[in-house]
Structure formats: structure tokens, C-alpha cells
Design a protein around this ligand. Structure first.
Ligand SMILES: Nc1ncnc2c1ncn2[C@@H]1O[C@H](COP(=O)(O)OP(=O)(O)OP(=O)(O)O)[C@@H](O)[C@H]1O
Ligand code: SF4
Ligand SMILES: [Mg+2]
Length: 407
């Protein structure tokens, strides 16, 4: 049985501006000791998925409206507040982007670490203190005994994140969830902290969910990857398979929009045009359709289910042989994935049905990132501005589309 099993998780936020469809039926599993990456643009539901697993959604707005989460044989949704609190910290630990949000600024590191260790293990103060020193040394903090007497503000950002990792690992959690743990750190420190996280989880058999925008981090740190878009998992595979054979247009777009270490000389970066959808008004069809170069007519009306890339193969949910699944009606061929755009002769992305454009016009609120932007994107597909389609299918403005123009 998997250590963690998330089944059809649905999370909504009820706000004055409407209902936000933050997570829309996410399912995945994780084995003991497995390292899973979670990637996708800002607002796609990465943090909310994990806050929901830990039942830490901001209330009253955030609600789990469907699905099941099982952890180590227990139904996390059925536990009372005291029981779930006991699991958080002891069995599942979480590290956030900014350690200052998790560390108490008015207590010394010693007070916080000793308290954390004693809250979950029956040990005396001296033993807890010795364990705290040992842990700080493990995460590379010199003169750990003396540093214990410091307050959080006396540590640099990188050192504070090391302290957080030490505190998280103090309890030998079965699962560690790290949400953008190095985004606030400079590049060299980032690499050191990530390496530490990898070594420590590997050494202790702790499973890891690593949330990040950075595909390079996923490649170096994880064994499996879930790609999320608009609250859906749109592609999942072992990390090696995902990078070797990206099969969803959004993943292809992500890979072509950032520089890669293995990039061939002169390979151009192709940004994903447009914006993620308004999470209050998700389209009936595929949420990626307005930005997708591969879209068919059915994509506007029919949301694709997550299915094996190789039709008919049995689904393996975890481990090195985990199935490669995508949610797409018209996946790019391997050549197209390598090129970053459709290359089959005569193909062009299906324009939005006129009814949908009318409906969106009526609903337009003109706000930033709102429907007005979406309409602009859809209208752009009706009258190409440039002969060069972008990777994600939307015509580029003439100056950007001109391969020699201004670059
Ligand atoms: N407290 C909240 N109230 C209302 N909506 C929220 C709240 N927290 C998150 N959301 C919404 O839920 C959706 C998913 O947000 P989430 O924080 O999971 O994104 P994310 O993928 O973690 O993005 P980022 O990479 O920026 O951290 C977004 O549309 C976001 O606006
Ligand atoms: S081809 Fe269709 S289903 Fe696939 S990502 Fe594009 S719009 Fe969505
Ligand atoms: Mg987040």
C-alpha cells in the first residue's frame, strides 16, 4: 500500500469575488522514500493541494469539497483536530518558502528545537538539546552549540532554511513537503540547501513532495513529477521519462520556455503565450485550450481525462515504473515536442467556437488576468498577426514573431 494516496481531491475557496476552483480532482500516490516534484505556473494549485492534505487550508474560505486522502493507512479527512495536529510535525513535516513564517522570532533556536523534539519524543531536556546540536551539525551549521542560543534574525536566509530542515527532520517524518524551499535564497545557497535536502531525505528514507517553479530543480531532485495546470494534474511520469518524452502541450511549453543545461546551441526559447485561466470561471473544455497550439475543436468543449500515453497499458501509480499519463486530446508527436510547435502539414489550432467568444464577451470584467485577457487571447487566434505561431499556439505579435526582429 502506498504511503500517501490522494484521490480525486477537490478544493474551493468561497470569496466575495466568487468561487475559486483551486484544485479540481487531483489524484496521485507516493511510496515510502519516494521523491515527487510538483511543477506548474503560479496559481495552478500546488500549495493548496498540499495544504489540503495537511488540513491547513485557510478557513473559512478554503474547503475540501471532495476526495480522499489516506496516509500510512489512515483517512486524514476523518481525523479530529488533535489527531491531525499530532500527524503534522511527527509524521508529515512541511517546509515553506520563507522560514521566518515558521520560526518564532522571539524564541531562540534552542527553545524552538528543544520544544519541537520534546513535543514528539519522550526525552529529557539535555537529550533534546544534544539532538538539536547534532541536527544543526548535520545541516552544516558550524559551532552549533553556540548558535543554539541565537534568535532567528541572527541567521542568514540560507541558514534559517537549514534550521527549518533540521527541525523538520528532527522528528524523522515519513513525509516531508517542501513548498518552494529555496526560492527566497540566492543561487549558490539554493543549490547547497537542495543538495542537503536530497541527501537527508535519501539517508532517512523520508518521502518528499517538492513544490517548485524550477524544472531544473525537479530534474536534479525528484524521481517522479506531476505537472499541474489550473488545478488539474495534466501530466505525470517518472522524472527521467518526463524530460525524455514530454507529452502534454503545457509540459512541452514549459520545457521550451526556460534555458536547459542540455540545450542545443542556438535553440530559441519560446514563451508560453497568454495567461492561466481565471480560476473562478474554468472553461468547460480543456483549461489550456486558449493557449494551446495543438488544440482541436473538441478541446473547447471536452475536458480530457488523465490517461496512459501508451493506450491500454496498465496504470502503475508509484515507483520507477510509474505510468506516464497525460490529459490531452491531441498530444504532440516526439518531433513536435522537440521542436516546441506542431509540425504536421496543414495543421492549425482550432479557433474558439463563436458561441464561446460571445459568452466570454458578456462575462468580461476587464480586470487584470480576467476574462478580458482571455478574450484577447482567443480573438488573437482568429486573425493571425504573424506567420510564426508560438510554442503554445497563439500567434505572436509581428515584432516578436519575426525571427530576426529585435533579438
Ligand atoms: N486564501 C486564499 N483565498 C482565496 N483563494 C486562494 C487562497 N489561497 C490560494 N487561493 C487560490 O487558489 C489557487 C491555487 O493557489 P496555490 O497557492 O495553490 O497556487 P500555487 O500553484 O502554489 O502558486 P505559486 O507558485 O504562486 O505558489 C489560486 O487561484 C489562488 O488564487
Ligand atoms: S491539445 Fe487539446 S486537450 Fe491537449 S492540451 Fe491542447 S487544448 Fe488541451
Ligand atoms: Mg504556492
Amino acid at each position: 500500500m502506498a504511503l500517501l494516496s490522494v484521490e480525486d481531491l477537490v478544493v474551493r475557496f468561497r470569496t466575495h469575488e466568487g468561487t475559486i476552483h483551486a484544485v479540481n480532482g487531483v489524484s496521485f500516490e507516493l511510496e515510502e522514500g519516494e521523491r515527487l516534484g510538483l511543477v506548474g505556473e503560479s496559481g495552478c494549485g500546488k500549495s493548496v493541494t498540499n495544504l489540503a492534505i495537511l488540513r491547513l487550508l485557510p478557513r473559512p474560505a478554503g474547503r475540501i469539497e471532495g476526495g480522499r486522502v489516506r496516509f500510512d493507512g489512515q483517512d486524514l479527512m476523518a481525523l479530529d483536530e488533535a489527531e491531525i495536529r499530532d500527524i503534522r510535525g511527527r509524521e508529515i513535516a512541511m517546509i515553506f518558502q520563507d522560514p521566518m513564517t515558521s520560526l518564532n522570532p522571539v524564541l531562540t533556536i534552542e527553545e524552538q528545537m528543544v520544544e519541537t523534539i520534546q513535543a514528539h519524543r519522550k526525552v529529557g531536556r539535555d537529550e533534546a538539546r544534544a539532538r538539536a546540536i547534532e541536527l544543526l551539525e548535520t545541516v552544516g551549521i558550524a559551532q552549533a552549540g553556540a548558535r543554539l542560543r541565537n534568535f532567528p534574525h541572527q541567521f542568514s536566509g540560507g541558514m534559517r532554511q537549514r534550521v527549518m530542515i533540521a527541525m523538520a527532520l528532527a522528528l524523522h517524518p515519513k513525509l516531508l513537503i517542501a513548498d518552494e524551499p529555496t526560492t527566497a535564497l540566492d543561487v549558490t545557497i539554493q543549490a547547497q540547501v537542495l543538495e542537503l535536502l536530497r541527501e537527508l531525505t535519501e539517508g532517512s528514507g523520508t518521502a518528499l513532495i517538492l513544490i517548485t517553479h524550477d524544472l531544473g530543480v525537479v530534474a536534479g531532485m525528484t524521481q517522479r513529477t506531476n505537472v499541474m495546470y489550473a488545478g488539474f494534474v495534466v501530466e505525470t511520469a517518472s522524472t527521467a521519462e518526463l524530460f525524455a518524452r514530454p507529452s502534454h502541450p503545457y509540459t512541452v511549453g514549459l520545457l521550451h520556455s526556460v534555458p536547459r543545461v542540455d540545450e542545443r546551441e542556438g535553440e530559441e526559447l519560446i514563451p508560453i503565450e497568454g495567461r492561466p485561466p481565471d480560476m473562478r470561471q474554468l472553461p468547460a473544455g480543456c483549461a489550456f485550450a486558449p493557449r494551446c497550439a495543438w488544440r482541436l475543436e473538441r478541446c473547447w468543449v471536452e475536458n480530457p481525462a488523465l490517461r496512459p500515453v501508451v493506450e491500454g497499458t496498465p496504470i502503475v501509480t508509484t515507483g520507477p515504473r510509474a505510468s506516464h499519463l497525460i490529459a490531452c486530446h491531441n498530444p504532440p508527436t516526439p518531433d513536435e515536442a522537440a521542436t516546441g510547435r506542431p509540425i504536421r502539414p496543414g495543421f492549425s489550432p482550432a479557433p474558439a467556437p463563436p458561441g464561446l467568444v460571445d459568452e466570454l464577451s458578456l462575462r468580461s470584467n476587464g480586470g487584470p488576468g480576467g476574462l478580458a485577457d482571455l478574450i484577447e487571447v482567443i480573438e488573437a487566434t482568429e486573425g493571425p498577426l504573424s506567420p510564426w505561431p508560438s510554442a503554445a499556439g497563439l500567434p505572436l505579435p509581428p515584432d516578436e514573431g519575426d525571427p530576426d526582429g529585435g533579438r
